[in-house]
Design a binder for this molecule. Sequence first.
Ligand code: SF4
Length: 81
Amino acid sequence: MAAYHCPNYNDCKLVNSLIIVANLEAKENYMTNYCLQDKNYWSNCKRYITKATLNFCPDFVLPDTPLTPEEIIDKFDDESF
Ligand code: SF4
């Protein structure tokens, strides 16, 4: 494991499964560009921001998802019905 990594690294579904990103190369790119970097990088991950804001992160959210946490919860509510 890198010296720097996101505080959510051990629990994040993107890191620990293929549920969030099924393509292994795409998953590794996200991990290289966000998860295994210092705070300047992982603090800009939308999955990190969403979990910090909403206390959970829906599966459809990717590190570079352009939606705000408010838009994400609206989308999550819409998809829950
Ligand atoms: S940087 Fe984002 S995708 Fe990576 S472990 Fe943290 S919250 Fe998950």
